[in-house]
Design a protein around this ligand. Sequence first.
Ligand code: THU
Length: 184
Amino acid sequence: MERRTFGELATPNQRLIKIARAAVMNAYAPYSGFAVGAAVRTRTGGIYSGANLENAAYGVGMCAEVGAITAANSAGDYEITTIAVVGLKFTSPKDATRVVTPCGRCRQLIFEAGEITRADVTIFSCSGDLAEIRQSTISEMLPEAFGPANLGLREIWPTLRAELARSVQDLEAVDADVSIALER
Ligand code: THU
């Protein structure tokens, strides 16, 4: 982990952090009063953001990182290299000075994204005021992680993904009505 100041970061990383902070605005956090934004950057340079989404059934709430990672996946642009996380307590007592690091579940999700990308994903954990920024890698944050390799499946996804694409194309080929509806 290295401490950084916003000013010393490269422009693309400053941009990612700013997008994560802008996403804080989209949080639905009536229960904790703690709003989090996250933004991921992919190998293609794509950027996807997310915000935490709470629920009256507390346990089903979702972290901002889940939203950002899911947005990248849903766009078919899943090769994540970098993630920025920013949060603040916006109810009394307000506090935007504390760094937000990804929770354990999110570290597991980030690790697997990195396995697919074959990258040790970089994580910028930031306080809401951006006065404190910590730069880490997922291997530092989740050492000895359990992943696809433990299941002997590290190599399998590119092949399976191609199989998935073929399966969907086959469906489209036999169902002209659905293809037309999508094109409209
Ligand atoms: N939260 C995140 O969205 N990301 C983190 O890295 C830490 C925690 C959310 C979950 C919950 O909605 C609120 O912050 C308080 O825990």
